[in-house]
Design a protein around this ligand. Structure first.
Ligand code: HEM
Length: 364
């Protein structure tokens, strides 16, 4: 047999082996979509259902915001410190907030999450997926609907078993910076990573800190995953948008905007201020760091090597309008006292027009 024939024969065997090995993993899913692992197919069906029936046609509205918040309130129920003391420290991103909602939604820091838990639960049951997987998936899909949003990693395969998380593991807006750094540090996050996680407050509003003004957002663009949140939290506070100072509330710079004490303090604390400032002129950096830290948060309490990567199911978000945040109309750089000693505050331009005032986020 000639050398050419032998190599052609080998090539045929190799191609055959490739052809045989590929279909074992790759799978054809509904509506002509392909998944790299058959177990990911179900998530395309969940995606369609969520976008139509929870997120009102792929909107970055209230349900998307609440779903993103829920990823945190489930996952942060995890304390290695408690385990070290011989106590149960929680299972992390295990769906316990949904499985044991009668316990966990009564924790003070979880005020208001009962609504989204009840809205989400029927979807998880209908599609036969675990609560822990579902919560992280819904948050990732919801935030992918926001302009300039991240495309979060999504790993599937968390067991549908959990025990109730202990209380007092979710930070409160009235907690001191020391307390927040300690609690988040226990769960494995550095001070900079806490700031990275708080990019989530760029697509966020409050309902319960001041219940007289539900839907009052934390920045002027709550449907855009942009850096405006990081600028606006640094502006000098002038007013309360609602009925006056509440526990966990600070003076806000703009009518119709709400400022949490925790955001106010983390923006100015020497341990976190420079990371905070680093995002005001770099939306891409903010997104990249949020994606990295969310990948870490979503697997708290799990060994990621036991999960299957179904990230391909997460939609590609619409592009950001701008890479650099702008100052709200009527504000100037003199309204931003320096907080990061190491780097001067970058030059930003102000939006044109009359002074910015923000209306409540319309219910979706
Ligand atoms: C220091 C840590 C944090 C504190 C103290 C905090 C506190 C709060 C508070 C008080 C609210 C308003 C809730 C309401 O009145 O309805 C809120 C909203 C929100 N939080 Fe956080 N948060 C923290 C970290 C996070 C993280 C890590 C995420 C996600 C990764 C997150 C996502 C959200 C979202 C998306 C909303 C808006 C929910 C909506 O519009 O319905 N937060 N947060």
């Amino acid at each position: 047999m000639s050398f050419k024939k032998i190599s052609l024969g080998l090539l045929a065997i190799v191609s055959c082996a490739v052809a045989v090995s590929l279909p074992q993993k790759r799978a054809a899913c509904s509506n002509g979509r392909i998944a790299s692992h058959a177990s990911c197919c179900v998530w395309f069906d969940v995606l369609d259902d969520l976008q139509e029936n929870l997120f009102d046609g792929a909107q970055c509205g209230e349900e998307a915001h609440e779903s993103l918040r829920l990823t945190f309130h489930d996952a942060i129920g995890f304390s290695p410190q408690l385990f070290k003391q011989g106590k149960f420290g929680g299972g992390g991103a295990d769906g316990s907030i949904m499985a044991h909602s009668e316990i966990e939604t009564n924790f003070h820091a979880n005020n208001g999450v009962d609504e989204i838990v009840e809205e989400q639960r029927p979807f998880a049951i209908k599609h036969g997926v675990s609560f822990g997987d579902f919560i992280q998936f819904a948050g990732a899909v919801g935030v992918s609907n926001c302009l300039g949003g991240p495309r979060l990693q999504f790993l599937a395969g968390r067991a549908n078993f959990s025990l109730p998380s202990p209380d007092l593991l979710v930070p409160e807006p009235s907690d001191s910076v020391d307390a927040i750094l300690a609690r988040m540090g226990d769960a494995g996050f550095s001070p900079a990573e806490i700031v990275d996680l708080l990019a989530s407050h760029s697509v966020a509003a409050q309902d319960h800190v001041d219940p007289t003004i539900p839907g009052t957002p934390f920045d002027s663009t709550p449907s855009s995953f942009d850096a405006n949140f990081f600028v606006e939290t640094l502006l000098t506070g002038k007013l309360f948008p609602g009925n006056g100072s509440n526990v966990g509330e600070e003076l806000s710079p703009l009518p119709g905007e709400f400022r949490l004490t925790s955001d106010f303090e983390l923006a100015r604390d020497p341990r976190t201020a420079c990371e905070w400032q680093s995002f005001v002129n770099n939306q891409a950096l903010m997104v990249a760091k949020f994606e990295a830290v969310m990948a870490k948060m979503a697997v708290l309490g799990h060994d990621p090597r036991t999960l299957v990567d179904c990230s391909e199911v997460i939609p590609i978000p619409p592009a950001a309008k701008a890479q650099v945040a702008s100052l709200p109309a009527g504000q100037s750089l003199s309204d931003i006292p320096a907080a990061c000693a190491a780097t001067p505050f970058p030059t930003l331009s102000a939006d044109p027009g009359p002074a910015t005032s923000i209306g409540p986020v319309p219910p979706s």
